[in-house]
Structure formats: C-alpha cells, structure tokens
Design a protein around this ligand. Structure first.
Ligand code: PLP
Ligand code: SF4
Length: 353
C-alpha cells in the first residue's frame, strides 16, 4: 500500500458502483447491472476484490459480492423482511424475539454487501438505520428495564463498522447493565481485516462480561492470512470466536468445500456455530439449495469430521418465530422403540428406551 502511495497511484478503494466493477474487471458491462445496484447496496473491499479469480466465471467469492441480473428475479415466496425483525422491535434497534436475549442493531451499513443478505432491504449507505445517540440511549434503557435479558447480540449491518471510540462507549454502557454476555456478529475479519485492529479488540474486551464474536464466513478462501491474523488478535485477547456460514448454491454447497471450511475454522480457533439455510430474501433464489440438500451435506459432515467442526444447521422461520434446527437427527423413535444411526450409516436397534 505504501509502495503504491509512494508511486503516486491511488490507494485501492471499495468498489461501489456498476462502473467501478467494470473498471476493476469484475463485470463486462455496467448497463445490465445498474438496475441491480440501484435496488440493493453494493460494496466490495480491496481485500475481497483481490481474492476474486477474474478467470473463473463461477468464482465463489465473486458470486457472493458481485451484483448479478439474477437478483431482479423476484419469487412469490420471498419477503422483504424474511426473518421478521420488525415483528419484535419494541424500540428502534432492539429485536426482542427470545426472552433471554436481544439483538441490538447498532448500524445499518456493512464493509461489503453480500448479494444473498437476509436484511438486504434494510442495509446500505442510504438506509441510514444507524442509531442516533438518543435512539441508542433508548435501546440501552430498554435493556436496563428488562432484567430477563441475559445476552445482548450486537448486529446490524455490521457493528464492527463502529469507530473504536463508539464501540468502546457501547461496551462500557453494557458493562453497567446486569446482563452477562455480549455477542458481536461481524463480517469485518473477512471484509477488511486491518480494521479489526489491536486497539479495536482492546476496547470491545471486557473484564465483567463474557464477550463472544461470531464471524460470518462462507468459503475457505475467505480465510486469508490477514483474516486469520484478525481472528488471532481476537482470540489472543480472550474473545472466543464462533462461525456463521450461509449455505449457498455455487459457493459452498458441496461436501469438499464445507469440510475444508469447517476444518479451517477449528484450526483458526473459531468454533463452528451455525450453518444457515439461505433465507427467503428478495432476488436470492439463485443462491438457495433445498433443505434436503442441506441435510444431506450436514449428515456427510457428521460422518466425516471431528465433532469440534460441526455447525448446527438452522432455518429462520419466516415471520420472526424462531430458528428451527434442521440438522438431521441420528435417533428414530417409533412406538417406544429407539433406533440409532451410526457413523457407518447403518441404523441399529437400541436396547434402552
Ligand atoms: C438468530 C437470532 C437470535 C440469536 O439466536 P441464537 O440461536 O441464540 O444464536 C436472537 N434474536 C433474533 C431475533 C435472532 O434472529
Ligand atoms: S455483512 Fe451481514 S448484514 Fe451485511 S450484507 Fe453481508 S449478510 Fe448482510
């Protein structure tokens, strides 16, 4: 980067428009993409643009971030708010769906915009859903007034877009509330790993609360040395990492890729947490697998790799009910008889009840 600056070349910057994509060699013509970029926010950071193999038309990184005309294909089952955030929003920025935990949507912007995003109608630079100081105060007041809240899940958008100063202030405010667990959900270690600086890690660390970070990552190639460095800064500071992966057609819907991804997480000290079935977000049918395909992949993972490397396969029930566990079970019960499925795929009668 310094070398580029010394040479008088502009520093690489985030690609945001159809013209930017053409100039970067990631799209052939901007005219077929302007309708897409007008409908949904677009951003590709230099780190991710560098990762894309321009020669591979099916590149799994490009597929996740480069807009496609397929996004204009809307299906009747798709919903603007597929996971029903708005049905459980008692005050702006708080989603209270389960009694013991809330989402705190601190910002509505992201370093990159994933083409399959379940909140794609709510995120983007023009959505301006970042909480104002008074909205944040009201959200914190809600948390204070509800002692049953045990965990605050900070999300967005991507909450690692907060400046270190604002992330520090939020952490200190939450430390003053009786809740116990702070969980951040972010794509920043993948999208812009340098922003997960030692300073940022230090300010979100806490002596009085358990702090967890869930990293959104869908393909093993996203775990570059810089991304692994960002993850190591978090873990070395005592912040356990969890993974969040969306099962995506043409990105990770094959057992070799999923196996490699889950192993890479464990090697990076990231505990696989969730494998999300792709939500019914508008214009994302080209990303969705069937649930049967998802279950088949999860069963194969179970048979092939360490228990440490197993994510739970989940589907958000449209309307904001809850997540449903979609991982296939190894137990069948039928009129009091229990049968167990072994790693060898064979079902065996169990003598217990
Ligand atoms: C997913 C989600 C959570 C967190 O669920 P966990 O299963 O605890 O990870 C909390 N609130 C809402 C609204 C959610 O969508
Ligand atoms: S980082 Fe998360 S919130 Fe942002 S676009 Fe991607 S999936 Fe959506």
């Amino acid at each position: 980067m310094n070398r580029l600056l010394d040479a008088g070349l502009p520093a690489p910057r985030t690609l945001r428009s159809a013209d930017d994509l053409v100039a970067a060699g990631l799209a052939v013509s901007s005219s077929e993409l302007t309708a897409v970029t007008a409908a949904y926010a677009t951003a590709i950071t230099p780190s991710l643009a560098d990762l894309i193999d321009r020669a591979d038309r099916a590149d799994p990184i490009a597929r996740q971030f480069v807009p496609s005309p397929a996004e204009l294909d809307l299906r009747p089952e798709e919903l603007p708010d597929p996971i029903g955030d708005h049905t459980h929003e008692p005050v702006t920025g708080i989603i209270h769906r389960y009694p013991d935990r809330v989402l705190l949507k601190a910002v509505s912007v992201c370093p990159v915009y994933c083409r399959f995003c379940f909140r794609r109608e709510m995120v983007g630079p023009d959505k301006d859903g970042s909480l104002s100081p008074s909205e944040l105060e009201a959200a914190l007041a809600y948390i204070r007034q509800h002692p049953e809240i045990w965990e605050v899940i900070i999300t967005g958008g991507d909450p690692f877009m907060l400046s270190a100063r604002r992330a520090a202030a939020l952490t200190r405010e939450l430390e003053a509330v009786p809740m116990k667990v702070i969980r951040w959900h972010t794509r920043m270690p993948v999208a812009d790993p340098d922003r997960v600086s030692s300073e940022f890690v230090a300010v979100i660390s806490s002596r009085s609360k358990a702090v967890y970070v869930a990293v959104h990552c869908n393909h093993p190639r996203e775990l570059t040395p810089a991304t692994l460095g960002a993850c190591a800064r978090l873990v070395d500071a005592g912040i356990p990492l969890l993974s969040q992966t969306v099962l995506l057609k043409g990105v990770n819907d094959d057992i070799a890729t999923l196996e490699q991804l889950m192993r890479a997480f464990v090697q990076a000290r990231i505990k696989p947490y969730y494998l999300h079935h792709a939500d019914l977000a508008p214009g994302t049918s080209h990303f969705r697998t069937t649930v049967e395909q998802g279950q088949d992949l999860v069963r194969q993972l179970r048979d092939r790799i360490s228990g440490l490397a197993q994510p739970a396969y989940v589907i958000d029930i449209p309307g904001g009910v809850s997540k449903a566990l979609a991982s296939p079970a190894d137990v069948e019960t039928e009129s009091g008889r229990v049968r167990l499925r072994g790693r060898d795929g064979v079902m065996r009668d169990y003598a217990g009840t």
